[in-house]
Ligand binder design. Structure first.
Ligand code: ADE
Length: 238
C-alpha cells in the first residue's frame, strides 16, 4: 500500500453514519484503487461537532410538520473542519439539487476531490446551504432515505475516471454519455442460448460491418428509449 500524498484525489464525507463507508467502494475497481492509494476516502462524523451534552444534531422544524431538520450550527462546524485545507467543492446531496450528469462527474474527477455532506431526517437548515454556498446535487427524481447511498454512487462515478483505475481506456471513450448515445447491446458465449442466437454480424469477423451495426443499434436504442438524448445528439451532429 502506497502512502497517499497531499495531491491524491480525496472524497471527504460528512455523515451521521460513517460505518456505511467504504461499503461497496471498498470492493472491485474502486476498492483496489483505494488500496493502491489512487484515491483517499475520509469520513467525518457530524455528531462529533455537536456541542451539547446529548450531542444533538437535529431539531424540530420551524412552522411545524413532520420530521427533524439538521441544525445549521452543527453542520457548519463540520463543514468548517472539512474544508479547512481548501478541499472543494462542497456538495450537498438532495433531490432538490441539480441533476447529476456525466459532465459534472468528469469535472469532479479532474479536480482535487470533493467534500460531500450527507443529509438525514427531513433535510438541512437552508441557511447553512446558502452561507457555505453548497453545490446541491440530485441523483434523480426519487427519494433516498439519506445522502449516503447517493454519496457512494457519486464517488464511484468519479473514482472510475481517475487515471489508473480502469484497465482499458478505450472502454471509457466508447461508453454512453461520452458518445452521447446509449450503449449498443453486448453478447458473449454461448452463441446459442435458450433458443436465442447472437446477431450474425458479430460472428462475421468483419470489423467495419460490426462497427456500423453497433452504431445503428446505439442510435436506435437512444431514439426509442431516450428521445431527450437523441435530440441533443442530433443537434450536436447537425
Ligand atoms: N438524498 C435523498 N434522495 C436523494 C437523491 N435523489 N439524490 C441525491 N441525494 C438524495
Amino acid at each position: 500500500m502506497t502512502e497517499p500524498s497531499a495531491d491524491t484525489w480525496t472524497a471527504r464525507i460528512l455523515t451521521l453514519f460513517p460505518e456505511m463507508f467504504p461499503g461497496p467502494l471498498g470492493q472491485s475497481l474502486a476498492g483496489k484503487a483505494l488500496e493502491k492509494g489512487i484515491w483517499r476516502l475520509e469520513t467525518m462524523d457530524i455528531r462529533g461537532f455537536a456541542t451539547d451534552r446529548h450531542r444533538t444534531v437535529d431539531d424540530t422544524p420551524f412552522g411545524g410538520g413532520a420530521g427533524m431538520v439538521m441544525r445549521p450550527d452543527v453542520v457548519d462546524a463540520a463543514l468548517e473542519a472539512a474544508t479547512a485545507d481548501g478541499l472543494k467543492p462542497a456538495i450537498y446531496l438532495t433531490p432538490r439539487g441539480r441533476l447529476l450528469k456525466q459532465e459534472l462527474v468528469q469535472e469532479l474527477a479532474a479536480g482535487p476531490g470533493l467534500v460531500v455532506l450527507c443529509g438525514r431526517y427531513e433535510g438541512l437548515d437552508e441557511r447553512v446551504i446558502e452561507a457555505r454556498g453548497l453545490l446541491e446535487v440530485s441523483l434523480g427524481d426519487f427519494v433516498l432515505s439519506g445522502g449516503e447511498p447517493a454519496a457512494l454512487a457519486l464517488i464511484d462515478a468519479c473514482v472510475r475516471l481517475l487515471p489508473g483505475v480502469m484497465g482499458a481506456e478505450a472502454t471509457l471513450a466508447e461508453e454512453s454519455f461520452n458518445t452521447g448515445l446509449l450503449e449498443y447491446p453486448h453478447y458473449t458465449r454461448p452463441a446459442e442460448w435458450s433458443g436465442r442466437s447472437v446477431p450474425e454480424v458479430l460472428m462475421s469477423g468483419h470489423h467495419e460491418k460490426i462497427r456500423r451495426w453497433r452504431q445503428e443499434q446505439a442510435e436506435e436504442t437512444t431514439r426509442l428509449r431516450r428521445p431527450d438524448l437523441w435530440d441533443a445528439y442530433r443537434k450536436r451532429k447537425a
